[in-house]
Design a protein around this ligand. Structure first.
Ligand SMILES: *Cc1c(COP(=O)(O)O)cnc(C)c1O
Length: 373
């Protein structure tokens, strides 16, 4: 029963050393290491095709991608979002001088509860920033209708949805724009990295300038930009990883299915399920431990798994509206569904190289927690 090596919640996939070296070889000739070079351009082209999006702008990481796109839209006032997300989503809003208004989530897929959005809209609302949590798609159709009715922007935090499609369309093609993260822990990565996918061609230049200090020409700086450029070494890692993405997702699917089989019918455990009309990427494998039915808590399961060498993640806990820095703008009590989910959710290890035998042992350990209570 004891697992000898520690198993982490994720493990980065990498191309072979030789494949990466071959990809970066030309950089020793061109000496063009960053600032939108050849690798950057090629990765943008290949990602547009793979993701089925009309336009893309690569960024140094997902967080800066979100900051840059919110700035490019020149938003003001309030932005409706959810607290069941990574710190980055709320921080990007606040760092743009905007006020996050926290909307509750749905109990089944943990995305924004669209039936609660309209009551939060005010004169000051300029955008909605929903999150496709764990690669589960938000109700994009309903969100579109609301945005159109009130003439506000929709910017998705699509950090979890690389490679996901909904009704055959790329997950990052919905709304006015979507942010993707290519962090080392994501399904597809460029070590650190990210992108903005967007509909309107007119956003291309503003994003290009903003990620390069707002510099428009050798002597022209019009906007207060940042440095959010993706380097050639990051782009090269992306070009390599993109060649193996189908296999990566396929291996993750096997892990997810093994969890589903092994945890099937276990009372008090809610197991992640793929949504209808969605091709999933199996980025995460969240379960919910419902203490009234299971007999012990999420934290008990977390600790028992840690004892046998399995690192799981309370993701997302705490809610962002419970953070010290957001004490005066919200409270978990405003979003009761999200609050409850944050106390019950546990992300189990999932990555391409995870042994299915380890999955079975992890599931046995969870079953034993119930027996011990
Ligand atoms: C990873 C992640 C981000 C931030 O992306 P980085 O590339 O790490 O900056 C933002 N939102 C969500 C939901 C994420 O999971």
């Amino acid at each position: 029963m004891e697992i000898q090596r520690r198993i982490n919640v994720t493990q980065s996939s990498m191309p072979s050393f030789e494949e990466y070296v071959e990809e970066i070889r030309s950089l020793w000739e061109t000496r063009w290491l960053t600032n939108m070079g050849a690798k950057h351009k090629k990765l943008e082209e290949e990602l547009c095709k793979y993701l089925q999006v009309p336009h893309i702008s690569l960024m140094v990481n997902g967080h800066m991608a979100l900051e840059m796109v919110l700035q490019a839209f020149n938003l003001s006032g309030e932005v409706i979002t959810t607290p069941f997300t990574f710190a980055s989503t709320t921080h990007a809003i606040v760092r743009n001088g905007l006020v996050p208004i926290f909307c509750d989530i749905r109990d089944d897929d943990y995305t924004i509860d669209v039936s609660k959005i309209e009551s939060l809209i005010s004169e000051r609302t300029s955008a909605i920033v929903p999150v496709h949590v764990y690669g589960n798609m938000c109700d994009v159709e309903a969100i579109d209708r609301i945005a159109e009715k009130y003439n506000i922007k929709v910017v998705y935090d699509a950090a979890h949805t690389f490679g996901v499609t909904y009704k055959g369309k790329g997950a990052a093609s919905f709304g006015d724009a979507s942010m993707l993260s290519f962090h080392a822990t994501k399904v597809f990565h460029t070590i650190e990295g990210g992108a903005v996918c967007f509909k309107d061609e007119d956003l291309e230049k503003p994003l290009y300038y903003l990620k390069n200090f707002g510099i428009q020409g050798p002597e022209v700086v019009k906007d207060v930009g940042a440095n959010a450029k993706m380097s050639e070494f990051q782009a090269a890692m992306g070009l390599c990883n993109l060649r193996h993405i189908a296999e990566e997702i396929e291996k993750r699917r096997h892990v997810a299915e093994a969890y589903q089989e092994n945890l099937d019918g276990l009372k008090g455990i809610v197991v992640w399920k793929k949504q209808a009309e969605v091709e999933a990427n199996y980025a995460y494998f969240p379960i919910r431990v419902v203490p009234e039915n299971f007999g012990c808590t999420r934290d008990d399961v977390f600790e028992r798994l840690a004892e046998i060498g399995v690192n799981t993640r309370k993701y997302f806990y705490p809610l962002t509206n419970a953070f010290d820095c957001y004490m005066d703008i919200g409270s978990p009590a405003d979003t009761p569904v999200a609050y409850r989910v944050s106390k019950e959710i546990l992300c189990l290890p999932i990555y391409a190289g995870l042994d299915l035998e380890d999955v079975r042992r992890i599931c046995n350990c969870i079953r034993e927690c119930q027996r011990i209570g």
